[in-house]
Design a protein around this ligand. Sequence first.
Ligand SMILES: Cc1ncc(C[n+]2csc(CCOP(=O)(O)OP(=O)(O)O)c2C)c(N)n1
Length: 1186
Amino acid sequence: MNQCRVRGLVLIRRDLARGLLGCSRHHIQQEHLLLLQPQLARLTLRCIHRSGKDVETFVNGCSANYIEGLYTKWKKDPESVDESWDEFFRGGDGASYRKLLRISDSRKRGVGAVDKAVIPLHTETRSASGGAPAAAPAPAGDWKSIDDHHTIQAIIRAYQMRGHLAARLDPLGIINPTQKTSMDGSQRSASEQVLRQHYRYIFNDLNANFKLPPSTRIGGGEEFLPLREILDRLERIYCGHIGFEYMHIYSLSKITWLRDRIEKPNAFALDKDEKKLILERLVRATVFENFLAKKLPSEKRFGLEGCDIMIPVIKEVVDRSTELGIESILIGMAHRGRLNVLANVCHKSISDLLAQFHGLKAEDSGSGDVKYHLGVFQERLNRQTSKMVRITVVANPSHLEYVNPVLLGKARAEMFIRGDAKGNQVLPIIIHGDASFCGQGVVFESMHLSDLPNYTTHGTMHIVANNQVGFTTDPRFSRSSRYCTDVAKVVNAPIFHVNADDPEACINCARIATEYREKFKRDVVIDIVGYRRNGHNEADEPMFTQPLMYQRIRKQKPVAALYSEKLTKEGVITAAEYKGLVDRFEKMFEDGWKSSKELKSVKHSSWIDSPWPGFFEGRDRLKICPTGISMDTMKRIGETFSSPPPEDHMFETHRGIMRILQLRKQMVDEKVADWALGEAFAFGSLLKEGIHVRLSGQDVERGTFSHRHHVLHHQSADKVIYTALQHLYPDQADYSVSNSSLSECAVLGFEHGYSMASPHALVIWEGQFGDFVNTAQCIIDQFIASGETKWVRQSGMVLLLPHSMEGMGPEHSSGRPERFLQLSDDDPDVYPDTCDADFVARQLLNINWIVTNLTTPANLCHALRRQMMMGFRKPLINFSPKSLLRHPMARSPFKDFNECSSFQRIIPDTGAAGKNPGNVKKLVFCSGKVYYDLFQERDDHEQVDKVALVRVEQLCPFPYDLINEQFALYPKAELMWAQEEHKNSGGWSYVQPRFDTALLKNEKETRCVSYHGRPPSSSPATGNKVQHKTEYKDFITSVFGELTPANKKRLADKVKAQQQKAKSASPKDPPKKGGDKPPAAKPAKKRVDTEAAAPVLKRPPRGTPKGASPVAENKRAQPAAKEAPEESGVTRIIASKVLRNRSTSRGSSKGDVGKTSQSPTPTRSKREPKDPTQGEGGDGQTPKLP
Ligand SMILES: Cc1ncc(C[n+]2csc(CCOP(=O)(O)OP(=O)(O)O)c2C)c(N)n1
């Protein structure tokens, strides 16, 4: 059938359909003619002016015959044809028709053969209207033929969409489709499930010829194919040993590319050499497993037998990708086939690998890991492409799939280090098990990182070693989805399911997948469907649970044998050549075995997956470089951080942000820093020193508590942002700050992986609230806490976990410090050698991580900088404040950041108590925000000189030396530990035994440290405000006793005085409702939260275009600004003043400020800036001042 004719008729049909929807008959015909005739006329002209194909597509014999037929009919009886044809044949006294006829005659002579083959197949008559009662009579046309073509299109599409359901994927043949015999005797797999209502059609006239639609490439160069050939080709492509799933992809270009790649005839042809190479690699993989089975029959190795082809598949990916420019490949995988990958893909020394089985002692420190978890880092020449390639297999725990985000983070970091912005040089590959791929939530969470700008790895290759069983559970009971790979559809990844016993199909999938990733930089999945020859491990008896499957498996020949037979039959190799291959690899492994026997010890460090070349060499590990920064640096950072974007950015900044920046500026002028500024000092100074800083987590750009504001958003242009810390110095390092997806597990894993790639980056993950960190527990336990010990791999990763009891309920209070402290690996019963000159550094070196609960911005800055100033890397878990972010007392003067200052592990009491320690009755140790509560309460209880408050800033490693100094300083004091957490939470269970160990050090010491805090509880905090306050009061009373009548009177007087002061400060005539507005010149009194909807303050940009005057914009903004209710603003100002005054009294005791340490007591700026953002806060949870 001629394409143009079909098009013309389709237009008619569409018209009719429209007519059915309600147009008048006349209207239909008018429109029909309009559509048809220009079409014919245009095509006619094309026929005249152009030669060859174009002409034939319209007026070839077929359409000409059709029109001729109509014409004959019309001549006999003009009413026997549709009015439209009538009009056409009459047109110009039949001139148009005669013209058409002339052209068609000439065409008919050339293409008659094709036309004759077009046989309408449907025998039933159909009305064009589809049987609708009110339908107009159908225009004349060869509807049967058209319908047949539609059916063919639908069949092609059905194969493309659902052909995979009938693909023969299972090498065991258990789940393969039952084939049916077609009318020509051929076996066809496509079932009703695939073809649905068109299923019957494939038993129709198979000789009928059809024009192929543009949505398929099965024709290659041919436009027409008989039905038989169409079905055969579709069957071969879509229902063979590969099940292609790609029609779920939204992007047409990707679908078209894939169709092109897989449908074209001979798309999968391999030449002799390629076949030989597959066999060679297959034999190597198989011989390796057999060799291990023979030598170590009782050892667990999680062999790959049944999915052996995975090794040649990975090698093909390596070949192809290196050919396409990839220089570094990172692999994350579980136990199955891992040894095989190390030996045969990475080319790890066979003797080193086999030595792992000999029970040798390790030369170096660390506890090591089982052999099928170890990492590898190899740089080698790829012989196929003669290109160097670096292959890393990341060490991983037993916990299946949790390595995924870690691998992705590491790959991303490597891309960053190489400046590979598009993933052209680095390729991540993740190898999954079928049960774990669909079972573990971290897979989904990690997949969702794939297209996020700051997390993308520009396409990850996923390979599933699908042995159709997970331990003892078969897929019917381990997943609800059809395929184990369905999770990948969320990111639109194409999925290639392939029969593991068809090596060539597998290799072709590897090729297409590699090319797809290279072209589109998107995730792609190869699902290798095989089987597991042995039990879950080699000692397991699989017949207990999978008897029928294993009866089949026992009969199944190994794929290497099957493939060698195939190639022998094809004449590609001889039997002798095959045997030669087997012998060669057996000898290779035997030699490796012999040399492994000669080894006397092993080294954990030879299994490191992230070597940091040049970092440790010549470095004094125990030297911690100074963490202080110069005044110039502080000024520069402070100024940039407190300034709006420069004028040339033409940036509209939110008015509330302008206020925050003004307040920051005020702090900088007064040389005092709050939490956000302290953090900025740390980041900015490191960036200046060339250290890349990356901050990631939920809502970190603004900060959950709206305190950070690192990324400013243009208020009238989408996606225009400004990040001040990226504009500090022209030659600074890169600062990356990014809100993450709402996942703790994947994002923390990702950042941990990122931190492993280089020691020269400060990588920080911040939890929204510390409470949510437990959804990433596996990453914490398996990687961060124990990674260095197991895998000799360091990480300087920082976790910021907002933590403190502020009445926000069970899930917004605790970052669970007790858990991190419990995982710390220092011995509570051993008093360390505190006389060692390097004691502090050694303690840090020997611990698995550092746990801090800091109280000053300066200490935060030093702690963060110390991460990069140590001669090694260590994770830091810091419990961040919430209300302290804006607490007027939680500020540090600039001198606490300067070159003479350093990190303070404890902050002693330097107030009245510290000055007269002999008078002190109680020495209270505490950690974190509770210090400020205790500080206030001590004042309220008038015990400033009687109670010393010592802040333990670094809980782990425990500062024994400094703690002992404090014991000695207050010889008569009762020793107390005060915490706001419940007794089974917080620091108590960690510090108690360590206090005891410290006290035991002094023979004369008879005191012990008592506990003061909330009683034990299964819930981290109460959700009831009243109970929260009662608990708080009880806790405070246990430290200071009840308030005396004198205390109470003093407090009452104080409150009265404050109220008086506030009253006198309030405006005499508050504005009446609906009355005059107060003068607009007092914007500073408005709180940001009342201004949330207020217009933005525009900087007058340079070169502002006409008509867009910022002044005009601001003018327009005025009325809205005035609408903010002044009354409520006033009330809030009063409230905040009371708070400020209260804070002033808290900070009244003046402490000594030593030259070499930070100000030990809280300081306050002279003019306390009003907290502009209090009242905002993520989650609707506003941290309140205590
Ligand atoms: C998170 C997690 N849960 C449970 C296990 C215990 N386990 C080890 S292997 C395995 C079966 C894994 O099946 P699959 O993913 O199909 O991989 P296979 O072993 O079949 O290659 C299980 C449940 C584990 N290692 N990790």
